[in-house]
Design a protein around this ligand. Structure first.
Ligand code: GMT
Length: 378
């Protein structure tokens, strides 16, 4: 199939999922066209089956806001015609499903039917999309998609609770690549550069938005380091990062916390991590937690949204109510103090991650593409 993928090219989870999906589909012989405003960060190399088309938004003094959706839908029309695309797959409803629908209509006007699959990722439903200023357009474009997928059962339920969606939503969980070269024992791991031998390494990776409850991470680590020699690795960039650095210095733990920027090689940090923290306010899935588990790192997370579908309480890690810093700290300390238990949880984390192997998930996407192609939406 010839598949056009529209996504955010940045470090957010939806862009990562879209890129990894495209790369795997290309390996399976499909022709993939990424259409977005810059090259997706995980799209390191292009190959004969992978193409990237940049959306340009010309500036004009009259525009207070640059009309990205307009440029995107025009680009989609051109690319669908030029490459004879079979199916359009948009990731994150805002504004991609809307732009996709406009492209669909423009093409229909020329007698070309292009089916559209929309994948809902999380904040496009639970935070941003739910805003009254966006809601009518988001509901409309979801309902006009040929097939709608969501990355967890919890997100599907949230979508039906928050929007009037007349379509069925297919749950296709996020996935992880577990090929040999991605396995933790085959990753060059430089633990000794980061911590002394007796120190435990606790890690958090995100885009440092409010929803991640970054303060909770610092507070949990503050409790941990009182009981266990430890270092905290904070990976990513975002609006809450500066506050987190300030809180660390206020608590006098700045020499135990290492702030990295965005990284394309998170497995090189996860390979030496003992514990992963994800106390988010809401998380439709928690791809970062899955990536940690795939490297054999147990997860201390909140129980919000889709996290219980990924992190198994008392097996791959522990779940707590949002904001329960005290329980999260207690669980983390008890795990880090008990070497045997920690070893078992590391094994369990990897076992759980294997349930999300890309090889099992890919056919589900191929199936929805065929379903979309055979649908007759207007
Ligand atoms: O919240 C983020 O980190 C970014 C955001 C995105 O769409 O780029 O992530 C959402 O999609 C991810 C991939 O499906 C999920 O793993 C995240 O849980 C989800 N984030 C939230 O729901 C807050």
């Amino acid at each position: 199939m010839k598949i056009a993928i529209v996504c955010y090219p940045t470090f957010g989870g939806s862009g990562v999922v879209a890129t990894e999906l495209g790369l795997e589909l290309a390996k399976r012989g499909h022709e993939i066209h990424f259409i977005t405003y810059s090259q997706p960060v995980r799209l390191a190399l292009l190959n004969p089956n992978v193409h990237y088309h940049e959306v340009h938004v010309p500036e004009y003094p009259l525009f207070h806001y640059q009309p990205y959706e307009l440029a995107l839908s025009s680009k989609l029309v051109d690319m669908v015609k030029l490459y004879k695309i079979d199916v359009l797959h948009v990731h994150y409803a805002i504004p991609h499903a809307y732009a996709g629908y406009m492209a669909k209509q423009m093409l229909a006007d020329e007698g070309i039917h292009i089916p559209m699959v929309t994948t809902l990722h999380g904040t496009d439903i639970t935070l941003v999309g739910n805003h009254p200023f966006y809601k009518p357009a988001v509901s409309f474009s979801i309902n006009k998609s040929d097939v709608v997928t969501s990355v967890s059962q919890s997100l599907k339920d949230d979508t039906h609770r928050l929007f009037e969606i007349k379509k069925d939503i297919v749950v296709i969980p996020n996935f992880i690549e577990l090929t040999k070269e991605k396995q933790v024992e085959n990753i060059p791991c430089h633990r000794s550069l980061m911590a002394a031998e007796n120190e435990m390494i606790v890690t958090h990776i995100s885009n440092f938005r409010k929803v991640k409850r970054i303060d909770d991470i610092v507070k949990i680590f503050f409790e941990i380091q009182k009981e266990v020699p430890a270092k905290l690795m904070m990976v990513g960039e975002g609006p809450e990062k500066e506050n987190a650095e300030y809180l660390c210095s206020q608590l006098g733990i700045q020499n135990k916390v290492i702030f990295f920027g965005n990284s394309n090689e998170i497995d090189k940090i996860l390979c030496f991590s003992d514990l992963f923290l994800l106390p988010s306010e809401t998380e439709s899935f928690g791809l970062a937690a899955l990536e940690a588990m795939a490297c054999g790192v147990p997860v201390i997370s909140s129980n919000s949204g889709g996290l219980p579908e990924v992190n198994k309480d008392g097996f791959s890690g522990y779940l707590s109510n949002v904001g329960d810093v005290s329980k999260m700290s207690h669980d983390a300390i008890s795990l880090l103090k008990d070497k045997e238990k920690l070893k078992q949880f590391k094994i369990n984390a990897l076992e759980t991650a294997k349930l999300f192997d890309i090889q099992q998930i890919m056919p589900l996407y191929e199936q929805v593409y065929y379903q979309a192609i055979h649908s007759k939406n207007d």
